[in-house]
Design a protein around this ligand. Structure first.
Ligand SMILES: *Cc1c(COP(=O)(O)O)cnc(C)c1O
Length: 413
């Protein structure tokens, strides 16, 4: 008996017309901005079902992004732990080396269909900025990326990439000069020119309609992976897993499996430990709250201020989580687990050495969970979203961990 049949019509029912997943989601915005978001919502609903839009997106995915990305069986890694088989959905092989381009190309195409001339966004570590600048170059659109001055100094290679791709990187000098101020600056800029620009969020979060739009574009990960896995093995996996920052690669992986008899795990960063400020494990330690215009779980203090967060993976250090994940957690359909920096780094080096794949540190969190799962479950299979490649991380990793010697016994090559 499949106990998840209640999710058969899930995509038709969630989110509701005003963007709710149960108690979570919505769009809490000043009236003028709300109007701009409503315009995007109406345009998306009108455009996304048209054959022209769907065919164009299919062509882009195939010819520009290099999709479908493969599913890969990690035979050597699996053998270390027993008989449980670990598989990867290789989003690291998507153009630009991560899943973020899946929604950026969709957002760029939507802008084109809406007749907009410019893409606006903020970026923290710069990964979303680079993916969006790539989409802007492809579609011939202007691109303004707001970035805190502190982040600009820390993320030099991504700043260079954005500029080479033709984007304007606009330094934000207010407050702490990081992501939060960059979000405010991007919203303000959008308010001033929403007749010719579209705002493009970096994950499956923010005010409605963005959690839905990003989920729909990222669902290609799970749609492909489900078919590919069935073709390879004749079955569905016993479990699937993905790292959760804001929640975009994970929601894209999860949604096509919701009504299947498959265990689903979201993997959050436990960082250095459970003390406030040492992690970004929102589902484990967060409470219900409102952040950046939507309701979800938030890491917040008593006054409702978002708390400082930390993870070794800069793509995972967000003090909230997309609203759909909050719903899926409360409904019991998805379980959320936390993986420490140390466990993630062990997985980073194991995947490199045993499979020849250097993962993004974000993705290594999901691989670490799969290794744990394989140690605890002697049989079966787990399919992991490998959200990105690790090239961006190797200088930092080398400085802190060398080439990972201490994670291996000498006998164990
Ligand atoms: C940004 C990023 C993530 C986290 O973002 P989600 O929206 O939660 O998917 C994970 N992996 C990689 C490689 C990233 O760049």
């Amino acid at each position: 008996m499949n106990k998840y049949r209640e999710f058969d019509n899930y995509l038709k029912e969630f989110p509701t017309k005003d963007g709710y997943f149960g108690d979570f989601g919505g769009a809490y915005l000043p009236e003028e901005l709300a109007r701009a978001f409503r315009e995007t919502d109406e345009a998306y609903e009108a455009i996304c079902h048209s054959a022209q839009f769907i065919n164009e997106l299919r062509r882009i995915r195939k010819e520009f992004q290099g999709r479908p990305t493969p599913v890969y069986h990690c035979e050597r890694l699996s053998r270390l732990f027993g008989n449980c088989q670990i598989y990867l959905k290789r989003e690291d092989l998507n153009h630009t080396g991560a899943h973020k381009l899946n929604h950026c190309m969709g957002e760029g195409l939507l802008a084109k269909f809406m007749g907009k001339k410019k893409l606006i966004a903020e970026t923290g570590a710069g990964q979303h900025g680079v993916a969006l600048a790539t989409a802007a170059a492809y579609f011939g659109l202007e691109c303004d990326i707001y970035m805190g001055e502190v982040d600009i100094a820390k993320q030099h290679p991504n700043v260079i990439r954005m500029k080479m791709l033709g984007a304007n990187v606009i330094p934000v000098t207010k407050g702490l000069k990081t992501l939060k101020e960059a979000v405010d600056a991007a919203f303000e800029a959008y308010l001033n020119e929403y007749d010719r620009a579209i705002y493009c969020i970096g994950s499956a979060l923010g005010p409605h309609p963005f959690p839905k739009i990003v989920r729909d574009f990222q669902a290609i990960i799970g749609i492909e992976a489900r078919d590919q896995f069935k073709e390879m093995t004749g079955m569905l996996p016993d479990a699937i897993a993905a790292s959760v920052g804001g929640g975009s690669n994970s929601i894209g992986m999860f949604v096509p499996f919701l009504s299947d008899p498959v265990e689903i795990y979201g993997v959050e960063p436990l960082g250095r430990g459970s003390k406030p400020g040492d992690h970004a494990a929102t589902m484990k330690f967060g409470t219900r709250g409102r952040l950046h215009g939507f309701d979800s779980y938030v890491l917040q203090d008593e006054s409702g201020e978002a708390m400082p967060v930390y993870s070794i993976a800069s793509g995972l250090d967000y003090p909230g989580v997309g609203p759909e994940h909050a719903y899926l957690r409360d409904s019991g359909r998805v379980r959320y687990e936390a993986i420490s920096d140390e466990e993630a780094m062990e997985a980073f080096f194991y995947l490199s050495r045993y499979e020849g794949i250097i993962p993004a540190i974000e993705s290594a969190h999901a691989v670490a969970f799969a290794m744990k799962y394989a140690r605890e479950n002697r049989f079966g299979s787990i399919l992991v979203s490998l959200s990105g490649r690790g090239d961006k991380d190797i200088d930092y990793v080398y400085e802190k961990y060398g080439c990972g010697e201490r994670f291996f016994d000498k006998s164990d090559r």
